[in-house]
Design a protein around this ligand. Structure first.
Ligand SMILES: Cc1ncc(COP(=O)(O)O)c(C=O)c1O
Length: 421
């Protein structure tokens, strides 16, 4: 009789893992009602007598402190925060920004919406993070910024990224959308580059449904980020005084309120996910054939998580294709996928060069050279997506019993490989 659920056996987790995200309590309810009843739902500075009267301003202060930066500017989402951070740092039409090929599309569209040109770098095979050697080889006279993405919550090699940036006089904007709480040499991401960008979308470790934030310790960048996020106004300036062309990317007071209450739980949640993530990695080593990303780098003092990436080695599973492994795992009630499916340059946006009638900003006269994404080839990124990565969402890491259930399902597939021939 079949044991594996894919063949009709009983699943390890019937109905899937019963984990919940976001986690809320009465403090969130009270905070939201307080804003609702106050009638002040907008965070624009001119509504408030004192700068810290608004929930968003309170969140910005607390968040900057938590990250270890001088300033935080809260905005509408983590795509806008990337664009605003780049614009705040002076990135303009014709500038190139180096981004990893393996990330969510927003890392690249955030660049395009700042009028700039994303240039794709490959990743390091055992960390899945931007490859500093490749970054250096991609630098041209047009390069203006590097955007390391702490993909899945694993930190990019910030020592090398900052060293390259210093050498070539480039700005570093960290995409921390997936990495709240991740530390490099004891400092939290978002405080390591010149600017950091976070997402507070519903699935993220600090969530408000939608939302984003920019962190920086640079006075000018902070002021610029504020202006680019609020119609060209300056902090403390007049309601109708506008100095630069900018949209409205203000966060609402509801989001500010719920981020403040959620922030009170973030230390504990980060630690729980970290401890369970370490435990999971050790147990995976025991099962074999599906290691976690590299561990033991002493510079990584804490891992935050958005995805947990597993590196599937088919040769250690009797050559079982990764797709069949994932289908078997999914049938057991454990959801696993590939996260983002393909290197960004293979998405239709870049393959079809879908940049409108003029082709701007990619075919930009300020840049002057022909950009052709069809010639981009990042071998590690392609191999990882084609055959290796197995990605799980972070939520099971909040619960040791759920981690054990995932391990039991992986072990079960391994023990019954014969059924999958
Ligand atoms: C790496 C990365 N960058 C940027 C973003 C964009 O954030 P948002 O969805 O808040 O616009 C995300 C969101 O998933 C992301 O994963």
């Amino acid at each position: 009789m079949a044991k594996l659920a894919i063949n009709g056996g009983a699943p390890v987790a019937p109905g899937g893992l019963q984990t919940r995200w976001p986690i809320i309590d009465d403090t969130d309810r009270a905070a939201l009602l307080e804003v609702l009843d106050s009638g002040k739902w907008c965070s624009a500075g001119f509504y408030y007598e004192h700068p810290l009267d608004s929930k968003v301003a309170q969140f910005e202060k607390a968040w900057a402190q938590w990250v270890g930066a001088k300033y935080a500017v809260a905005v509408t989402n983590g795509t806008a925060s990337l664009t605003l951070a780049l614009r705040a740092a002076g990135v303009e039409a014709g500038d190139e920004v180096i981004v990893p090929a393996v990330t969510f599309i927003a890392s690249a569209t955030g660049v395009i919406l700042a009028n700039a040109i994303p240039v794709f770098a490959d990743i390091v095979p055992d960390t899945y993070q931007i490859d500093p050697d490749h970054v250096e080889s991609l630098i041209t006279p047009h390069t203006r910024a590097i955007m390391p993405v702490h993909y899945g919550g694993y930190p990019a090699d910030m020592d090398r990224v900052m060293e390259i940036a210093r050498k070539h006089n480039l700005v570093v904007v960290e995409d921390c959308a997936e990495a709240h709480g991740t530390e490099w040499r004891g400092k939290r991401v978002g405080s390591l580059g010149h600017l950091g960008s976070f997402s507070h979308q519903m699935g993220k470790p600090l969530a408000a449904g939608e939302g984003g934030s920019i962190t920086t310790s640079d006075d000018t960048f902070a002021r610029n980020a504020y202006s680019f996020g609020d119609l060209g106004r300056v902090p403390g300036g007049g309601k109708y005084d506008h100095y630069i062309p900018a949209g409205n990317n203000r966060m609402t007071e509801f989001q500010g309120a719920i981020l403040l209450t959620a922030l009170a739980r973030l230390d504990h949640q980060t630690e729980t996910r970290y401890q369970n993530g370490e435990y999971f990695a050790k147990e995976l080593d025991r099962i074999g054939g599906i290691p976690a990303l590299k561990r033991g780098d002493p510079r990584i003092t804490k891992r935050g998580y958005y995805f947990y990436f597993l590196r599937y080695q088919p040769q250690e599973w009797n050559g079982l294709p990764r797709e069949t492994f994932m289908a078997a795992l999914n049938a057991e009630g454990i959801h696993a996928g590939t996260a983002h499916n393909q290197p960004l340059y293979k998405s239709p946006l870049f393959e079809d060069m879908s940049f409108g009638r003029t082709g701007c900003p990619i075919l930009c006269p300020h840049h002057g050279e022909k950009i052709d994404y069809s010639s981009v080839h990042c071998p590690v990124s392609e191999r990882v997506y084609d055959t290796e990565v197995v990605a799980m969402g972070k939520d099971f890491l909040m619960d040791r019993a759920a981690v054990d259930t995932v391990l039991a399902a992986i072990q079960k597939v391994k023990d019954n490989l014969d059924e999958l021939k």
